[in-house]
Design a protein around this ligand. Structure first.
Ligand SMILES: Cc1cc2nc3c(=O)[nH]c(=O)nc-3n(C[C@H](O)[C@H](O)[C@H](O)COP(=O)(O)OP(=O)(O)OC[C@H]3O[C@@H](n4cnc5c(N)ncnc54)[C@H](O)[C@@H]3O)c2cc1C
Length: 390
């Protein structure tokens, strides 16, 4: 089974009925062998093997909105974080440029799972072994990291990116900032032992955490920069570049076949600011190999893309959103004077400008977003060839 088949089978199983219990049970972390109360689809969603908008529509084909509202809302948290970061790319730049100073011994103990907090040490091992953590556990983990172990949030966010299969610039950076109290100014998330005990089904008892800490504070505010690309789904060049941030071709199957050559960029650790673990690199390689099953002529480019870009300068590029891939492409564009046309999905260009304020404001738009994505899908079903003209 390739990754598309695997994701589709996991998705069908989850949507059959477990999703109906999501709202009631999702906050429990019963341990890595018992994950039926959440979808565990994030590694597919973050590489867009499953597209968020398709997932929403698939779920609504099977169930009424009211029955799965919480699940839909959580998917839109991801859309929201991505859009929020698009409008404030400086937040990513500051995060990625952060360099630690001073003694590193407590960081090393924490990332080796050698603190005296048993649950935390177990989660470190689980993260390295399974490359996944439950959402509630990510919140507890980040909170203990920042407020009990007093480590910089940026190092924790890097540690997550290094090991998570679903590691994502938007969701990860902004969730860490949210726990720290930087995202919603002055409102931090303090993990409480009673809460951990309850939601881990009494697996962790008798431990203490710092429950008094104040939120972190930063002096400057980030201003909104307008999203520069708008909606663009028009083929302008003969060469297409994709990255592991968006390997979805559901509605673009024919469209991608119109290109003379397709390149898939995969960044090695030498080209990354934040190196990722061998297992995460392998996961990405696997995702890309699965893509190649459907486009056998697609060429995988790691560090060789620079050679390609020396002879070809005009590319259509599937927009990878703010993150390492975009940084790399932008750098190459300016170093080699490339001429790049970013392809931005209509759904994304509709959602991004809605992410100016908090999630509470954003979520009021969910019914309208669902209406728009339904219309786009219906138009495609009626006339699959009309993709570029839609
Ligand atoms: C400190 C911290 C770091 C995180 N880092 C990442 C990350 O790097 N990549 C990532 O995809 N998610 C991240 N999340 C969000 C969330 O924890 C994961 O998306 C979720 O746990 C994935 O498990 P699942 O697929 O079973 O989710 P489910 O609960 O089944 O939800 C379905 C989908 O909705 C989306 N989703 C659900 N909850 C959230 C959320 N709170 N924020 C954003 N999207 C959400 C995901 O795409 C998820 O796959 C982070 C959360 C925290 C608190």
């Amino acid at each position: 089974m390739d990754m598309y088949e695997h994701s589709s089978s996991s998705l069908n199983t989850y949507l059959d009925s477990p999703v109906l219990f999501y709202a009631k049970s999702r906050n429990f972390d019963f341990g890595p062998c018992n994950r039926q109360n959440v979808s565990s689809l994030s590694k597919f969603i973050s590489h867009r093997i499953i597209l968020e908008y398709d997932l929403v529509l698939r779920a609504l084909e099977k169930h009424k909105f009211q029955a799965i509202e919480k699940f839909i809302q959580e998917i839109f948290w991801r859309v929201y974080w991505k859009g929020w970061l698009e409008l404030r790319p400086q937040v990513w730049k500051d995060f990625i440029e952060y360099r630690p100073q001073g003694d590193t011994s407590s960081f090393e103990a924490a990332t080796a799972g050698k603190t005296d907090i048993k649950c935390f040490d177990d989660w470190v091992d689980e993260l390295k072994e399974t490359n996944y953590l439950h959402n509630h556990t990510r919140m507890w983990f980040a909170s203990i990291w920042i407020f009990t172990l007093k480590l910089p949030w940026q190092l924790g966010a890097r540690f997550f990116l290094e090991h998570l299969y679903d590691g994502d610039a938007g969701s990860n950076t902004l969730s860490w900032r949210w726990v720290a109290g930087l995202q919603t100014k002055g409102k931090h998330y303090l993990a409480k032992p009673w809460n951990i005990r309850k939601y881990t089904n009494e697996r962790y008892l008798n431990f203490q955490l710092n429950e008094q800490s104040q939120p972190l504070h930063e002096d400057h505010a980030y201003s909104i920069e307008p999203f520069p690309y708008g909606s663009r789904e028009e083929k302008l060049n003969d060469y297409l570049l994709l990255t592991d941030n968006d390997l979805n071709f559901n509605n673009r199957k024919e469209f991608y076949n119109k290109y003379k050559r397709i390149f898939i960029l995969t960044l090695s650790n030498e080209k990354r600011i934040i190196p990722i673990s061998r297992k995460v690199l392998e996961f990405k390689d696997n995702a890309i190999s699965s893509f190649k099953r459907y486009y056998p002529h697609a060429e995988i480019c790691d560090d060789t893309f620079e050679e390609v870009a020396e002879s070809i300068i005009n590319f259509d590029v599937v927009y990878p959103f703010v993150g390492e891939n975009l940084d790399y492409i932008n750098q190459l564009e300016s170093d080699l004077q490339l001429n790049i046309n970013f392809l931005v999905r209509r759904e994304d260009s509709f959602c991004i400008p809605l992410c100016k304020k908090g999630f509470f404001d954003f979520k009021k738009n969910i019914p309208e977003i669902i209406k728009i994505i339904t219309e786009l899908r219906n138009a495609l079903v009626a006339s699959p060839q009309s993709f570029a003209e839609l």
